[in-house]
Design a protein around this ligand. Structure first.
Ligand code: NAD
Length: 498
């Protein structure tokens, strides 16, 4: 039904695996396409092809590689609307939001155009008499990316430009929910001149993920998705001897200090909580009001939530789109019900929302909850929907303790006019990415992205300098060029420097 989405292997589309899965439009609830699901043999074929392609690719000069990335950047800009439309149809997010994620993904591609700088090694002359030392970084081989539904362009772009620019072959396993953008990117890489087999796409679910994570031809696995699957992939791939970075879920808190510009803070928190229906790993599902900030912030955030227009992503008047599946919608409603049953106040209630003409869509309205206990799952767990829980504390220290008690540690923000509290926040908070009066502090492409605690398993953050480090390994070379007539006594002592 609708269009067909096959794998992209060895420079062309092909079927493989035998089974399929429907691709749905979250706004209409209707099937729009059919996805081919791979199996172990699809993975095996892709890995063999990648291994062959990588050997030749690693020999391509840095100048040759970067020229391809420059061309790819132009092609991505030219095709932004086409990719954004596909994302909006399969993910549900607004057209403008889809264009935004493509633009943020391009930052990493731009970073890859200057890989010449990042692959420079170190050199020391005369570390010992007549002896020099230098380092170089080399690719790992075949590396894999497994990505979530919520950023079908940007999150894969955190991985493949850096992996490929450093000389690896990359196999992408995108989300089954919105797979088409990845095939367009594969086609554009080919048009940009990337040799067949260096970037491939294998579609599928657990079978494909497990096969990629354990295949002996794969050297490293980058994963982004929910915490339970991140833990599974980290454990499985690590046990199989792979280098692994597995980015998991989040429950990001924004702390609202009484000295903050509260209107500004409420507008920023609203965009963090309800943008893309809260389905962002850097969403802001929790606001922590400190002392006197509570009342004024509640008034402002209620007004912000109530004015949002909920509708399909391809309607230019839409502020907030549907969530991804009927199950996701039901989870949001159930977690709101459970909070209410536990005595919370539902200040803005999105449960009953129906969008006219889209009655079968996965719509749920913006929801604001307060008076919820700090051990309730609607606060402690990731809702991943348009729900903002407002927690109230008495002072800054209590706010720090509350944020640090979360098992996640992806992003956090503080809204304040005080440099003193901003500086203390940055120092004392146990979270990987911090915003000072910035609600979604997603680092630019030339920095690296990553959380702490249950938001990231493994040592390396994604993209930027940490990406270069993840996708390469270092050699340290010690060099001596004795004169042809130079003689030396054999020494049994461990060499020291003179
Ligand atoms: P998900 O964990 O369900 O899926 C992620 C990937 O894992 C997909 O490619 C999927 O096919 C695969 N997968 C699913 N179940 C699997 C299983 N049992 N075994 C092996 N593989 C499996 O995540 P999602 O629902 O697609 O995405 C939303 C989640 O991703 C949220 O938790 C969100 O916070 C998180 N996320 C985190 C970041 C980050 O940077 N930390 C970024 C984006 C999204």
């Amino acid at each position: 039904m609708g269009y067909d989405v096959p794998h992209w292997i060895d420079g062309h589309e092909e079927n493989g695996g035998g089974s399929t899965q429907p691709i749905m439009n979250p706004a209409t609830g209707a099937q729009v396409g059919t996805l081919q699901l791979g199996d172990e043999s699809t993975v095996d074929r892709a890995v063999q092809i990648a291994a062959d392609a990588q050997k030749a690719w690693a020999k391509v000069s840095l100048a040759g590689r970067t020229q391809i990335f420059y061309r790819m950047r132009e092609l991505m800009i030219e095709h932004t609307d086409e990719i954004a439309q596909v994302i909006s149809r399969e993910h549900g997010k607004t057209f403008g939001d889809a264009k935004g994620e493509i633009a943020r993904g391009l930052e990493t591609l731009e970073f890859a155009t200057s890989i010449t700088q990042d692959l420079k090694g170190g050199f020391s002359q005369n570390v010992s008499t007549g002896v020099d030392a230098h380092t170089l970084r080399q690719p790992l081989g075949v590396v894999v990316g497994i990505t979530p539904f919520n950023f079908p362009a940007m999150v894969p772009f955190w991985m493949h430009p850096v992996a490929i620019a450093t000389g690896n072959a990359f196999i992408l396993k995108p989300s089954e929910r919105d797979p088409s953008a990845s095939n367009i990117v594969a086609r554009l890489y080919q048009e940009a001149g990337l040799p067949a087999g260096v970037f491939q796409v294998v579609h599928g679910g657990k079978t494909v993920v497990d096969a990629l994570s354990t295949h002996e031809g794969v050297s490293a696995v980058s994963f982004v998705g929910s915490t339970p699957i991140a833990m599974h992939v980290h454990a499985t791939a690590s046990a199989a001897g792979k280098r692994v970075q597995a980015l998991g879920g989040a429950n990001n808190h924004a702390v609202i200090m009484p000295d903050a510009n509260l209107e500004f803070a409420a507008a920023q928190v609203a965009s963090g909580a309800f943008g893309s229906a809260g389905e962002r790993c850097m969403a802001v599902p929790v606001a922590v009001t400190v002392g006197d900030a509570h009342e004024a912030f509640m008034t402002a955030i209620t007004a912000e939530a109530k004015k949002l227009v909920v509708g399909p992503g391809d309607d230019p008047t839409t502020d907030m789109p549907p969530v991804i599946t009927p199950e996701a919608r039901e989870r949001v409603i159930r977690m709101t019900d459970e909070a209410e049953q536990a005595g919370a106040t539902i200040v803005v209630d999105g449960r009953g929302l129906v969008v006219k003409g889209f009655e079968k869509g996965n719509f749920v309205g913006p929801t604001v909850i307060t008076d919820l206990a700090a051990d309730h799952p609607t606060y402690t767990e990731e809702v991943f929907g348009p729900v903002l829980v407002v927690m109230h504390v008495n002072n800054f220290d209590e706010a720090i303790d509350l944020v640090n008690s979360s098992r996640f540690g992806n992003g956090t923000a503080i809204f304040t006019d005080s440099g003193h509290y901003a500086r203390r926040f940055e120092d004392e908070i146990q979270v990987g990415m911090i915003g000072i009066n910035v609600p979604i502090p997603t680092p630019v492409g030339y920095y690296s992205f990553g959380g702490w605690n249950d938001s990231l398993f493994g040592e390396h953050h994604a993209h930027g300098p940490e990406g270069v480090s993840f996708y390469t390994r270092q050699k340290a070379v010690t060099t001596r060029w004795p004169a042809q007539n130079e003689t030396v006594e054999a020494s049994m002592s461990f060499p020291t420097h003179d």
